[in-house]
Design a protein. Structure first.
Length: 710
């Protein structure tokens, strides 16, 4: 790719020479990787004819993908060829939020952006905002980080998805590590905890089905009766944020019935006496009251878990989106060590495999370019407060004068979105957005820069659901005026006068930088498009956790050193169901099955499947409010109001409503989405958001036609 040259003098990026052929009408297939925020990280095969992608499929040679794609990505060409795709740089001509722009050349746009950034006297007043619009190491966290490090801009605390659970796991296991996903197929008991695997982890569900055919029992623990829950042998519909209480009750039963592997506990854990004392305070009767579950259901689950080997837990991030989310993950993560489940390759727990990957982030991101400076850190989960001038969110530093958004759509995905919208509407805030479509956030940009899609650029991917590295080769050339994220930051660096050689690295070179030569089989990766990490089948059969002690740490000295409880604990929600008479219902906002965060919302076929924004309600809660399916309802609390259509459904448990997300605000009846209601309060550890810790009230909107189905 020629993307280290000047903006208007360089040709558009082209497919890699190793996969290209002359346009003779013959078809060729190019290996790639799905870029989206999903644990499956599928290997792709793109069929190209005459320079056009004519077919996209899962790569059957990749064991984890097995030739199968989810509904969303199977329609990726519809997204790639979308008529509303951004194809040229744009400059705002209307008011912020109106979404009115005029075309501008790359030179004009980048020259002006660089000039305006240079004019900001305090670099910390410049804020990057990005997350997992792509999970790629190159287009997601390489040249952009180099640019902002050299600039001395504020650092972004990227907490919006997984930081609480990740911190909880790190405090217990030493990192985001766990059992290998393929061995769930051999488990005799599988607990799917806080995960709608059919919708968000489809390839894992294949292993569940294999285990079930061999006689395994499958249990789902989730406040919502998801597509996954209804296909399991049992569903525990606990109240949101009470997972730690359930985990402690399971421990209680393991202890009193002697369902423990005392040898494993003695040799491979730390802090058992303290954990034992705490667990004995949680008999099933107490947990049943807190969790809103039948006591007998808790007792039966404990018996199954304590007497079945191998037993495996697939934990997901829904568990950690409440006040006590980090502690909940810690408590659940203790369970496999108590029973010795780790001795088996089909036993243990998987939340994320991310820490297994030896990514050379220092080489990719070059934090040395900070040259000793220590910019303040802004939490992305508090972006509403940060942009509206809250001193705590700004760490006492200067007001944000410029924000550069890429790989994210904060107006849709960030909590307390009324504040987020108010912040981005500031007339004195200079906003640059790198995007593929005109999202809610893009409507507020001063400059809107068209970004490449996955079939058009180089990238390299890890996974948090399996342990393979995948290479993404460009299969087709992008539209003439479309550029990769890395290219944009290279060009901005040149215009800012940054002369370090690292700013000349092209995208393919960045792929090769991501892992040291001895870290994995580079030849196989470049030849096949994927390669596996070299890992033991049962990584913690003999302990060896990546903690300071080498043990599973029930007691965390690191937490104790910073004044926190060193043992897992149950922390009730900030806004528990039924605690506030004005807002008596708990609301969770799990993803709609056909969207992924705010991606795919503008793909018409997928949006048609979803229909319209809905709020699932239990029949009892709907009846007391005079609400029927299809009614337009107001969902509201002190932070705001969101209007959508009610769906009276057995998927909702009493006292809890499910606002399926994440819709773009512009596609909702009143220009809002569920994040109008969520708060900027943070989790107990990891500084994460509390999306599922949200109390609301619901009322019907009595307008003509309100009772009709959406």
């Amino acid at each position: 790719m020629q993307d280290n040259h000047a903006a208007m003098s360089s040709p558009a990026p082209t497919p890699s020479s190793s996969s290209s052929s002359s346009d003779t009408g013959e078809q060729r297939r190019v290996t790639g990787a799905c870029p989206h925020d999903c644990p499956d990280t599928c290997a792709l095969l793109t069929t190209v004819q005459d320079g056009v992608a004519v077919k996209l499929q899962g790569n059957p040679a990749h064991a984890h993908t097995g030739g199968v794609l989810c509904t969303k990505v199977s329609r990726y060409l519809e997204r790639h060829n979308h008529p509303e795709r951004l194809t040229q740089p744009l400059r705002r001509v209307g008011a912020k939020g109106e979404g009115r722009f005029e075309p501008v050349s790359w030179d004009e746009a980048l020259d002006d952006i660089a000039a305006r950034l240079k004019a900001i006297a305090e670099p910390q007043a410049i804020l990057p905002y990005s997350y997992a619009g792509t999970m790629g190491l190159v287009q997601g966290e390489s040249m952009d980080r180099r640019f902002f490090h050299k600039l001395g801009a504020s650092l972004l605390d990227r907490t919006i998805c997984s930081s609480a659970g990740g911190e909880g796991l790190a405090q217990t296991y030493g990192g985001k590590v766990g059992m290998r996903v393929e061995f769930f197929a051999e488990a005799k008991l599988i607990l799917i905890w806080g995960s709608n695997s059919i919708g968000s982890n489809l390839h894992f569900w294949r292993h569940v089905q294999t285990a079930r055919r061999a006689g395994a029992r499958i249990v789902c623990i989730d406040p919502r009766r998801t597509e996954t829950a209804e296909k399991c042998d049992e569903h525990l519909a606990l109240l949101p944020g009470t997972d730690a209480a359930l985990a402690f009750a399971l421990m209680h039963e393991l202890i009193v019935h002697g369902w423990l592997d005392t040898d494993y506990i003695e040799r491979h854990t730390l802090g058992w006496d303290g954990l034992r004392e705490r667990a004995l305070q949680w008999p099933p009767s107490r947990a049943a009251q807190v969790c809103g579950l039948p006591e007998a259901q808790i007792v039966a689950l404990a018996r199954d878990y304590g007497t079945t080997q191998p037993a495996a837990i697939r934990l997901n991030y829904g568990v950690q989106r409440a006040r006590g989310g980090g502690n909940a993950v810690r408590a659940i993560a203790c369970l496999p060590a108590l029973t010795g489940a780790w001795r088996h390759r089909a036993g243990g727990l998987l939340l994320s495999a991310s820490s297994f990957f030896p990514v050379d982030r220092a080489a990719l991101q070059r934090p040395d370019l900070l040259a000793g400076r220590q910019p303040r850190t802004v939490n992305m989960s508090s972006i509403g407060d940060a942009l509206t001038g809250d001193a705590q969110a700004l760490s006492g530093g200067p007001a944000v004068q410029a924000v550069v958004v890429y790989n994210s759509n904060p107006l849709a995905v960030a909590p307390d979105s009324a504040k987020v919208a108010a912040g981005f509407a500031r007339t004195d805030l200079f906003t640059v957005v790198l995007e593929q479509f005109q999202t809610d956030t893009a409507d507020h940009a001063d400059y809107l820069l068209p970004a490449t899609m996955q079939l058009e650029h180089w990238d390299i991917h890890t996974s948090y659901g399996h342990t393979d590295v995948l290479l993404n080769r460009p299969a087709v050339a992008p539209p003439a005026e479309v550029r990769s994220n890395a290219w944009v930051f290279r060009e901005l660096a040149r215009r800012m006068g940054f002369t370090e050689p690292c700013f000349a690295d092209d995208d393919e070179a960045l792929c090769r930088t991501a892992f040291r030569a001895d870290a994995l089989d580079h030849e196989q990766l470049w030849d096949r498009g994927f390669t596996s990490l070299r890992l033991a089948e049962a990584p913690f059969a003999e302990g060896g956790f990546p903690t300071a002690s080498g043990r599973c740490e029930f007691h965390s000295a690191r937490l104790q050193a910073v004044g926190q409880d060193p043992l897992p604990a149950y922390l009730p929600n900030y806004e528990p169901a039924g605690a506030d008479r004005d807002f008596p219902l708990a609301m969770i906002s799990p993803p709609a099955r056909n969207f992924l965060n705010s991606s795919f919302v503008n793909v018409r076929s997928l949006r048609a499947m979803e229909g319209a924004p809905v709020l699932e309600m239990h029949a009892a809660d709907a009846q007391t409010r005079g609400i029927a399916s299809g009614d337009l309802v107001r969902v509201f609390n002190a932070r705001g109001e969101h209007r959508c259509h009610a769906e009276v459904s057995s998927r909702a448990r009493p006292g809890v409503v499910n606002g399926l997300g994440i819709w773009w605000r512009k596609f909702s009846p009143d220009g809002t989405n569920v994040n109008q209601l969520t708060s900027q309060r943070l989790t107990d550890m990891g500084r994460g958001p509390t999306f599922y810790d949200c109390a609301v009230q619901v009322a019907a909107v009595r307008t003509p036609g309100a009772g009709s189905s959406p």
